[in-house]
Design a protein around this ligand. Structure first.
Ligand code: ADP
Ligand code: MG
Length: 258
């Protein structure tokens, strides 16, 4: 008997087994090239920090990964499965890919606890008892347990962002995307959020993090990706990138922010 053809998820010959596999991703807005030709692997448990000047395509990259934007061409696979176009499969993808934005986007009319419980009850089908227990654990983990019954508006920006992280984690994502999670925060709120992210990384979460926090990149990143004009200009370890950037564009970028 001949072997059956391999199912899709066993992958084509370029399947590296990485949790996130981006191949020749291209995204145009009309004729404007936001992403030109981006290929990137992120392994399980890896933390990749994405740096680059404003307009280089960092947010568009994140938004293509969780399908908030439709790529013009190229492929994105998560855990071996091509990111789906629509329907149920897309809903599943959205639970696999957690995303935390600059603006926290909490549901303002729901308590902190309800913000974290909503997805698990509605999408994962947990009982309210189980969802509450899990949400409380997550809120404790991000240091907000005592605020569970409060409303988002009663929290500082940093606390709201930590709730947003807990809310994402409650969906049990395979990978977490962060798009400048601390950029909208008052300076004194930044470290609390970064501490939560460092812990998450240490716990083994796979993370793609767009940030201008170079301290975080040095401390938590396994690799740094430097983007310029819709392409990856450089991929390196943090030490190599910060101490010996190999491209002129990266040297220029670093000279402006460090
Ligand atoms: P970054 O996050 O690195 O600052 P973005 O990914 O947000 O960059 O944007 C990359 C480029 O694509 C920018 O020039 C931006 O103006 C453009 N762009 C992003 N989103 C849209 C959109 N919805 N329509 C048109 N142009 C867009
Ligand atoms: Mg951006």
């Amino acid at each position: 008997m001949t072997a059956a053809p391999l199912p899709d998820r066993a992958g084509s010959s370029d399947d590296t087994g990485a949790l996130l596999q981006i191949r020749h991703l291209r995204k145009l807005f009309d004729s404007f090239v936001a992403l030109d030709d981006v290929s990137l692997d992120v392994s399980r448990g890896e933390v990749v920090v994405v740096l680059g000047p404003s307009g280089s395509g960092k947010s568009t990259l994140c938004r293509c990964i969780n399908r908030m934007e439709k790529p013009t061409s190229g492929s994105i696979r998560i855990d071996g499965v091509e990111v789906p176009q629509e329907g149920r499969a897309l809903a599943q993808l959205r639970t696999d890919v957690g995303m935390v934005f600059q603006s926290f986007n909490l549901f303002r009319h729901l308590s902190v606890l309800d913000n974290v419980m909503l997805g698990p009850v509605r999408v994962r089908g947990l009982t309210t008892t189980d969802a509450r227990r899990e949400a409380m654990d997550l809120l404790d983990r991000v240091g907000i347990g005592s605020k569970a019954d409060g409303m988002p508006a009663e929290l500082s920006g940093g606390q709201q962002q930590r709730v947003a992280i807990a809310r994402s984690l409650a969906m049990h994502p395979k990978i977490m995307l962060f798009d400048e999670p601390t950029s909208a925060l008052d300076p004194e709120m930044v470290s609390g959020v970064l501490d939560v992210m460092v812990e998450l990384a240490a716990d083994g979460m796979t993370m793609l993090v767009v940030t201008h926090e170079m301290g975080f990149a040095r401390k938590a990143a396994d690799r740094v990706v430097f983007m310029d004009a819709g392409n990856i200009a450089e991929i390196a370890t943090p030490d190599d990138f910060f101490d010996h950037p190999s491209t002129e564009r990266a040297r220029d970028f670093l000279s402006k922010i460090l």
